[in-house]
Design a protein around this ligand. Structure first.
Ligand SMILES: Cc1cc2nc3c(=O)[nH]c(=O)nc-3n(C[C@H](O)[C@H](O)[C@H](O)COP(=O)(O)OP(=O)(O)OC[C@H]3O[C@@H](n4cnc5c(N)ncnc54)[C@H](O)[C@@H]3O)c2cc1C
Length: 249
């Protein structure tokens, strides 16, 4: 197949995520018992409960809502970054069980991501990048053959010559508290372009199903002055404008 683009979908999430968070808040701050909680909390009352928690920084009830994303068209470089987030669960396409032989893809080359800055350099440079990927495919096939082309046993060593550009697919689950933290770090202009693009798409998706929880989510400059000190991008106004118009389309 060769070149691939980012694809991200919200596969599953806690049903009525804002209601379960509001239930946690109601239990903390009112004399309600479980029977009252089980009667549910009306939509119009959920927002104020959620907003109260967020404004107080009382974030543990927000952990009751979880979100699971399916992600394709991302590089192994992104994988190294996203898996640094420890309060998350990951299932990642295995390079041991799934081979990358040239026969496996449509265009005779493993799937890979191409950085936008290389695309901006023009067609000739893109063609050069594609040639390099094909060369690496040749190295991979060479080692597969030398190692006996026997599935998992040869995949696990032949993969050592594959690049960071190689595509991976993953399923990721994070609770809303971890997502708020993840969006603060990874939607910021300081984050690398690929994980920033992914985080921004994930934010747009969860905003649709939990608008109160994620109303202020994103880089720190959405909620006050830029917290990045000397590393600031200096574009807080532009960033605020962009995130105010965020939707997943
Ligand atoms: C712009 C940028 C540049 C980066 N550059 C580098 C780099 O050069 N080298 C590098 O190695 N990494 C780098 N990282 C990754 C970074 O160091 C973190 O590993 C990553 O962002 C995960 O964030 P976290 O540890 O805050 O949160 P998570 O793992 O998502 O955890 C969330 C929060 O839980 C708490 N927590 C989790 N585990 C523990 C624990 N064991 N003890 C105490 N508290 C815990 C912390 O409060 C933490 O903030 C970079 C990240 C960014 C955003």
């Amino acid at each position: 197949m060769g070149r691939v683009d980012l694809k991200v979908e919200l596969l599953r999430y806690t049903p009525e995520p804002e209601e379960i968070v509001a239930m946690g808040a109601k239990l903390c701050y009112t004399s309600s018992d479980l029977d009252e909680l089980k009667e549910g909390i009306q939509k119009k009352d959920q927002g104020p409960f959620v907003n109260k928690l967020l404004s107080m920084g009382h974030l543990s009830p927000v952990e009751h809502a979880s979100f699971t994303f399916g992600i394709e068209g991302v590089s192994r470089s992104l994988l190294a970054q996203i898996t640094r987030h420890r309060i998350a669960s990951f299932s990642v396409k295995s390079q041991r069980y799934v081979g990358e032989q040239s026969g496996a893809g449509k265009d005779g080359v493993f799937n890979y991501v191409i950085p936008p800055k290389i695309i901006d350099l023009g067609e000739e440079m893109v063609a050069e990048y594609e040639r390099q990927m094909k060369t690496i495919q040749g190295w991979y096939d060479f080692w597969q053959e030398k190692l006996g082309n026997n599935g998992e046993k040869s995949n696990e060593d032949a993969r050592f010559v594959l690049p960071n550009a190689c595509e991976t697919k993953l399923v990721v689950t994070m609770n809303a508290r971890e997502l708020l933290h993840f969006f603060q770090l990874r939607c910021c202009n300081r984050a690398q372009w690929e994980i920033r693009a992914l985080a921004t798409r994930m934010l747009a998706l969860v905003k649709e199903v939990a608008p109160n929880i994620f109303a202020q989510a994103g880089p720190g400059c959405l909620r006050g002055p830029c917290p990045e000190g000397p590393f600031t991008c200096g574009k807080a106004k532009e960033v605020r404008e962009r995130f105010s118009q965020l939707n997943h389309g």
